[in-house]
Design a protein around this ligand. Structure first.
Ligand code: C6P
Length: 415
């Protein structure tokens, strides 16, 4: 019997997700890969389908009824996201996902920097918060420094040292998609603003798992993806402070983002349209709006609490298996648990678990610099969301024991 205050009716919640009604390799699906992408509730699937079946139309263009309905639904989605983040509606830009949001910020900001200026990132970033900055920094003669990771946390003393008068942008993930670590984002925002630089937050892994308020964090920009928060793929969000977005030049040029076009020149629309060029992912935005409704109904505080309890149980149980090494803090974390089993390659572990109907991710998790800092090439990652159960963790543990038997890894094996 697991000792926890049950605050969510998981049996009922699970019924909202059609994917759980099928068998995978003859087993009930144990989905522990939500950090890669979360499952979708019927509400999101049905509302996305309803857009296509009942009012599919382009937005902000046609004067006809369908166009009006689609525009209203799309703008409602903007509004839902704004409320979700504690932002104003003009501060919310729909993108294809976190990757595009971070590219947009990087392209628009780095070209305003001078040779010798500095951007500060961290060793634990996802590639999408490293590669755009790195490639642009090369082009504009800008330097990049990385805050070090120590004991699965950001080394704040190191951050204070490298965020200096040359620093113009600091971009940091709120929560790690590998370690689960929740970074001290408000403290970092303050350190950054004290020297007059801009603070960007990659919230891809925090927005699905904990309550966020952009005003409270006092970030200048914040990005997240729809698919990690039960929404569709191919839709994401960039929040930016209005006065900063107003000053920034567009990222993509074309239809919708203009005010006036002549053969000589173009003036641009106001935000957010200035950054939403072409035909948007209308169905995706509407679906994301409904995903946010669904998450709000369950409550992010409840989700975070329940996930933390499950993660605590998983860590305690996994630690009892000889040869299992966990990469991540015990506390102040989200529900991703990265680990290796001595003597078995991560990909082999994931393959054996799959045979048991258990989905986890193995590899570098789009965080090669972090893998280097940890001294490994790859690891397994079980990522928990609110539809997981204590039984899912027990199944994971049993399957890991089975993998050890298959690979004849004895209990005497040292790490
Ligand atoms: N991480 C994972 O398995 P996109 O792919 O653009 O939706 O999100 C990129 C991204 C950026 N930052 C963080 C912290 C993320 O977790 C992700 C997505 C997935 O960890 C897929 S690579």
């Amino acid at each position: 019997m697991h000792k926890t205050k049950i605050i969510l009716d998981i049996d009922r919640i699970k019924k909202d997700f059609p994917i759980f009604s099928q068998k995978i390799n003859g087993h009930s699906l144990v989905y522990l890969d939500s950090a890669a992408t979360a499952q979708k509730p019927s509400l999101v699937i049905e509302e996305t389908t309803r857009f296509y079946t009942e009012y599919n139309s382009n937005i902000h263009r046609g004067a006809h009824k369908l166009g009006e309905l689609a525009t209203i639904a799309y703008e409602e989605a903007h509004e839902k996201i704004a409320k979700f983040l504690g932002a104003d509606i003009e501060e919310i830009i729909f993108t294809a996902g976190t990757t595009e949001s971070l590219n947009l910020v990087a392209y628009s900001l780095v070209k305003t920097l001078k040779q010798g200026d500095k951007i500060v990132l961290t060793e634990m970033e996802h590639h999408s918060n490293i590669v755009p900055w790195q490639q642009l920094a090369k082009q504009y003669g800008v330097n990049i420094e990385y805050i070090k990771v120590k004991d699965f946390q950001l080394d704040i003393e190191h951050a204070k040292k490298i965020i200096d008068s040359k620093t113009k942008i600091v971009s940091v993930m709120h929560a790690s998609n590998v370690l689960g670590t929740i970074n001290p984002i408000k403290e970092l925002a303050k350190i950054t603003h004290d020297i007059g630089a801009l603070f960007v937050v990659d919230a891809a892994h925090s927005a699905p798992n904990m309550k966020i308020n952009v005003k409270d964090i006092d970030c200048d920009f914040l990005a997240f993806s729809g698919h990690k928060i039960c929404g569709p793929t191919g839709i994401g969000v960039l929040y930016g402070k209005k006065h900063l977005l107003d000053k920034m030049s567009p990222f993509l040029y074309g239809g919708h983002m203009i005010s006036e076009v002549t053969l000589k020149d173009t003036t641009f629309a106001d935000v957010p349209s200035k950054f939403e060029s072409g035909t948007s992912n209308i169905a995706g935005a509407i679906g994301l709006g409904y995903a946010i409704d669904y998450i709000n109904k369950i409550g992010l505080e409840n989700i975070h609490y329940y996930e933390t309890e499950l993660a605590k149980y998983a860590i305690e149980t996994l630690k009892k298996i000889v040869g299992v090494k966990i990469y991540g803090p015990d506390e102040n974390r989200t529900g991703v648990i990265s680990f290796n089993i001595s003597g078995i390659h991560a990909h082999d572990v994931a393959t054996i678990l799959d045979r048991e109907g258990i989905a986890i991710r193995s590899g570098n998790h789009c965080a090669m610099p972090l893998m280097n800092a940890l001294g490994i090439n790859a690891c397994n990652r079980a990522s928990i969301y609110f539809y997981n159960t204590f039984d899912d963790i027990d199944n994971l543990v049993e399957a890991i024991k089975k993998a050890k038997k298959i690979f004849k890894v004895t209990n005497e094996t040292s790490e």
